[in-house]
Design a protein around this ligand. Structure first.
Ligand code: OGA
Ligand code: MN
Length: 381
């Protein structure tokens, strides 16, 4: 990797080292917000005259909010679900404290936002009887701490890299809703990055350069980055179960207004770009997006805390804790995206995107992208 720093990004552009230096000297977001009116946030309750039911307490000027006012003891009213979607579009990451949800009510709550993924249990057998719950903690099906250096332990290391959930699926996810069931006494916080702000903070020439790019996401790429020896060669079975997926790098955020970067440590390569150039650009964009001014850190305080984030405009990563000494039981639902980018780049490729694909070498055949579903349609499912 180190020698790639010297490779030229392309004939007209700075080399990746220069790009990196340029990117790392960007101004903090709050300055950008004042001087750049193109970063528009949707007004929260434009459509309804009724006062909001929920209260949002920002975690930073424009990213992340702690939300009060949800009555978790019963199914959510459609107006509350609508408000959560509006808050999600505005803040990207929502923190709900002490929800009191259990596995069943967690799954039921999540279905308010769309159909749920069946959590894959590759390398890490599922603990819960509910297939929609993904185990993000450090416990195995026997309820014991996953032993250090086991394949399941190495697999979990990938969560410590900046990523967005399910970008390695061709049908990507919208929200993830992660609930604390047992917390360690220290560490184990979760960090989030605002990819709309990160996109906005890019220099204009980079924005233009990346506008039409398509990225290959492959979970075995991030596993290998996190555990180079263990995942040097994923097995045939692993590869068959989770093949790569293709998504546009620059997308319209779920707020329908701002652009956002859709990238993650799962990003293996940019289609049609020489490998070294592609690796350098992916690294530069990931480095750029993880600068402190785009981040918030969520501290898990209590069992029952639930954090819901929008995978389409954020990245996140787990942080360390004493994982051989302390238990950390975290369960996550993942909601299928129903928006225009839900199925990524398939056979609905725009004609002007084709030039970034290597002539027909990649299988891009699959179903069409559905129209964006309304909240009413999703709720009716
Ligand atoms: C996840 C994840 C981070 C954490 O659940 O998708 O990456 O802090 N979790 O557990
Ligand atoms: Mn994750």
């Amino acid at each position: 990797m180190a020698n790639e720093k010297n490779l030229v990004y392309n004939q007209q552009s700075p080399n990746p080292r220069v790009l990196h230096i340029m990117l790392s000297f960007r101004q903090p977001l709050r300055h950008l917000c004042h001087i750049n009116s193109s970063f528009t946030l949707p007004k929260r309750h434009l459509a309804s005259a009724a006062p909001p039911i929920l209260q949002a307490k920002p975690l930073s000027p424009s990213f992340g909010a702690e939300v009060d006012g949800v009555d978790w003891s019963q199914p959510l009213a459609p107006e509350v679900v609508k408000e959560i979607v509006q808050l999600q579009n505005r803040w990207g990451v929502l923190v709900f404290r002490q929800t009191g949800l259990n596995d069943t009510t967690h799954v039921r709550y999540s279905k308010n936002f769309g159909a749920l993924e069946t959590a894959h249990a590759i390398n890490k057998p599922r603990r819960s009887s509910l297939p929609q719950l993904y185990d993000a903690g450090n416990l195995g099906p026997d309820d014991r701490i996953i032993p250090q250096f086991s394949r399941a332990w190495w697999h979990t290391k990938g969560n410590g890299l900046w990523h967005t959930d399910s970008s390695f699926h061709q049908h990507r996810s919208s929200y993830s809703a992660l609930r604390a069931v047992e917390l360690p006494p220290a560490g184990g916080q979760t960090k989030y990055a605002d990819m709309r702000a990160a996109y906005l903070g890019l220099p204009n020439d980079i924005k233009e350069r990346i506008e039409k790019l398509v990225v290959e996401h492959w979970i075995w790429h991030s596993r290998k980055l996190a555990a180079p020896q263990e995942f040097d060669k994923p097995t045939d079975e692993e590869k068959a179960l989770l093949p790569p997926a293709y998504h546009k790098l620059v997308q319209i955020a779920p707020d329908g207004i701002n652009k956002t970067l859709y990238i993650a440590s799962h990003a293996r390569r940019i289609i049609g770009m020489p490998d070294s150039e592609s690796t350098s650009l992916i690294r530069a964009l990931l480095d750029h997006a993880q600068q402190p001014q785009y981040q918030v850190t969520v501290k898990w305080k209590n069992v029952g805390d639930l954090v819901q984030w929008d995978n389409r405009c954020t990245m996140h990563r787990a942080t360390a804790f004493q994982d051989q000494k302390n238990r950390r039981d975290m369960r996550r639902t993942t909601i299928h995206d129903h928006g225009p980018g839900a199925f990524g780049v398939k056979n609905q490729l725009l004609a002007d995107d084709v030039d970034v694909l290597v002539g027909g070498k990649i299988d891009i055949s699959a179903g069409p992208t559905p129209e964006t579903q309304t909240q009413e349609q999703i709720l009716a499912m």
